[in-house]
Design a protein around this ligand. Structure first.
Ligand SMILES: NC(=O)c1ccc[n+]([C@@H]2O[C@H](COP(=O)([O-])OP(=O)(O)OC[C@H]3O[C@@H](n4cnc5c(N)ncnc54)[C@H](OP(=O)(O)O)[C@@H]3O)[C@@H](O)[C@H]2O)c1
Length: 271
């Protein structure tokens, strides 16, 4: 059996990782969620024989160490893959120099985004490292974003979602640090961007129609993002498509890729 732990598995991309990985009966798939009782979408598949649900909060050392104990019981003390997907935009999605943004709010966003997107990577990795060291695959995947890539920012001129971008940029650096430190043990540590993904089908409150105003704002953002990939069709990926592509990349990467931020396409085509 090959064991996978996916964090942030209650909905969105994390849930789809559980769906696709659990289709192979040779996989033991562990879904880490903050609250199992409230993870309604996961409940649709959590009674599959190879799916296990463990609770944990990726910002809590104590809870993640407890989660690692539970995972060890399920797997017999090892773990092959960890896909650290929990995270996201913590606060508002402003730029840094927007005069309408209160500085205290901005600082709160920076701290929150850093905690949930970067510090979480160290908490999760270290909590599970003893199990991963006993695993066969030795792959640590950190779901990141092109928004945290300096070259993407320079090419597109995109100043928005700044504190989230800073958190993911820090995660990319943390991944590189782990990559060099764990290389001699045969680990591959990969910051992986999932693309721009529509996760609205598992959003709390269901799918909502964006307002005219929202559509206008998104079009302006797309006008910038397309500069990084002129042939982009300006459409988000489906969550199924993104995860299928990411799983191919996860299977294919080797030591030469360790520490390098790449996309669901296995390169720097981010969209
Ligand atoms: N969607 C995109 O276009 C896109 C693009 C680039 C990168 N990403 C990255 O991909 C990942 C997944 O994104 P998504 O769009 O699927 O997000 P999502 O639908 O908002 O789901 C986020 C998941 O993370 C969990 N989570 C958040 N904070 C947590 C914590 N402290 N401890 C444990 N779990 C926590 C949430 O759990 P609860 O249900 O308990 O809240 C939820 O399961 C994120 O890291 C995001 O930054 C997404």
């Amino acid at each position: 059996m090959t064991s996978y732990l996916v964090t942030g598995a209650s909905r969105g991309i994390g849930l789809e990782f559980i769906r696709q990985l659990s289709q192979d009966p040779n996989n033991t798939v562990i879904a880490l969620v903050r609250n199992a009782a409230k993870s309604v979408y996961l409940q649709e598949i959590s009674d599959l024989p190879n799916v296990h649900v463990v609770e944990g909060d990726v910002t809590s050392v104590e809870k993640m160490q407890k989660a690692a104990e539970s995972v060890a019981t399920i797997t017999g003390g090892s773990l092959d893959y960890v896909i650290q997907n929990a995270g996201g935009i913590y606060g508002s999605d402003t730029s840094l120099a927007d005069p309408s943004n209160d500085l205290s709010n901005l600082v709160d966003d920076l701290k929150g985004d850093f905690e949930v997107n970067a510090v979480s990577g160290v908490i999760t990795t270290n909590a599970f490292l003893p199990l991963l060291r006993k695993g066969k695959a030795k792959k640590i995947i950190l779901i990141s974003s092109a928004i945290g890539d300096i070259q993407f920012t320079r090419t597109t001129g995109f100043a928005g979602i700044a504190s989230y971008g800073a958190g993911k940029a820090a995660l990319n650096f943390i991944a590189q640090k782990y990559a060099v430190e764990l290389a001699s043990e045969g680990f591959v540590v990969l910051p992986l961007s999932p693309g721009f993904v529509d996760t609205s089908s598992t959003k709390e409150g269901g799918q909502t129609q964006p307002s005219e105003e929202d559509i206008k704002k998104m079009q302006a953002v797309f006008d910038q993002w397309v500069k990084s990939q002129p042939d982009w069709d300006r459409k988000p990926l489906t969550v199924q498509d993104s995860v299928t592509k990411q799983l191919k990349v996860i299977a294919a990467v080797g030591p030469e890729d360790s520490g390098k931020l790449i996309s669901q396409n296995g390169n720097t085509a981010w969209l």
